[in-house]
Design a protein around this ligand. Sequence first.
Ligand code: ZN
Length: 592
Amino acid sequence: MPRYTQDSRERVRDAVDFEELVGARTELRKAGVRRLQGLCPFHDERTPSFGIDPVEKLYHCFGCGAGGDVFSFVMETEGLDFGGALESLADRYGVELEREAEDPAMAARRERTDRLRALLERTAAYYVRVLWESPEAEAARSYLVGRGLEEATLREFRVGFSPSAYDRVLTASSRAGYSDAELLACGLASQRRDGRGLIDRFRGRIMFPLCDERGRVLGFGARALRPDDRPKYLNSSDNEIFHNGRIVYGSDLARASAARAGRLVLVEGYTDVIALRQAGVPEVVCSMGTALTDQQVDALRRLAPTVLFCQDPDTAGQEAVKRGTTAVRALNNRTQGRGLDFRIVRLPAGKDPADVVQHDGADAMRSLLDRAVPLARFEVEMALENGGTSTDGRDQALEAAAAAIRPLPPSVLREELVQLVAGRLGLSENLVGSALLTGRRPLADTSSPSSSPTNGARAVLDRREQTERAFLAYCLALPDEGESRLAAADLDELFSAPETRRAAEYLRGRLRSPAGELPAGDEPLARLVAELVIRAGQLEATPAKLELEALQLDLHNLDRRIATARTEGHERIHDLAAERQQVLDAIRHRLS
Ligand code: ZN
């Protein structure tokens, strides 16, 4: 993304009506002078634990720990990165963004990219017109209608048709001022075999625009209509704009509903995506090939914490799961369980999701989605089904099942799977348990399982860190007293937790306008500052209470220094103990 000036970011923050922005996701009501609360849009709850400060434009949920500023809110609810959130808000609230000064080479590159993108957009629009207006596209229209797809949904995805003539896109584009080099660069033209000039790359095919998560066309997937046209699917080849391994088809349309639903449905074909959206499952995408790349898995994770992978249960389908999950396991290892909850939806044999929707109805599809099983369970079930009944077959099934169970942490799921294997193979649970201990680790997986993400459970803070946060919340609630206390304090000494210390450093001098200068893309800081501001809004703060929090903090601080002095055999331990006694007396005095 281009770098925008900090001033631009602040103007966007100022322009946003935060109450309206959040209010579109959850109903808010007044709960204090500067506080609104409602049901959390990030987790399921019956009583509100989600609060916003409409002036500072910060939010925090005491239930699941979600929190941050206007930019985090849009990133979380719409599955965008920081730049995307900034641009989307600027657009919505009519703020002109200014770029940081670019060097001429950068500016030239950006100009070129803008032109190529515009060329792709106009070509996509052209293909759509051909699909709905040209007699030549009749067969394409009847194929799509035959799959149960409606015009309105197809238009939403900008599905089109490329005419079979050799030069339609070429001619129209050069008339509009685009060069041959530009047509080649964005993959719309190819060299003629005889080397003399160019031809349209896509001819006589159904065209699916491949977009980034903001809906900008980067390339095309093209399906042949005639059975003798090879290949059946022809994609844009990788170029300076388009990278097959980064595309998640449908993510631009799916992201808002995926963020709301907290899940994403992953299918294999373009028409499956379109059919499911039409059937009322809008949180649906497909990957662009056989195996998920790391970048695609990262993109999925940005869209939702849970992914339901729709699979035909035949052998090819099982292979697809294997190919599909290596990158997921790698992500889960990398993020230590805060990766993706990857579940498998078992489809009826020989049917893809579009078939299920068309022949059995949307409800049938939804109930299959609701019955999705964790990846490990799917693998265990497959091992048991494939194993056969001979001794060798049962041994193989045991080894394959053990390989799927072994990486799981102690959990109900793990216990259930051990019982399932024991029951099905007629073995004792002890024997299955020892197979888990002795077996080799599978190569594809090294440690962590696809355990469910823990964004709900928050680490329990120790007492000291709680005190540090409470103190900062009081400083925010009473900014005059707070500023003089923070100005006088040695923050390194006073704050033991690195995160809290960073928040204190940031807040010093900014207590009266805490959200104003949050640095771009620093989510942990935004989250903590938001929490502190929302807490501050709930306090009935008085200078005496602030004083008490400060004393509590001193007490923790002295405890730590005494502990250090003790291990180092320090002389000053008596002075410190005396000081501690004074602080303790002061606290008692104020509490009595
Ligand atoms: Zn929540």
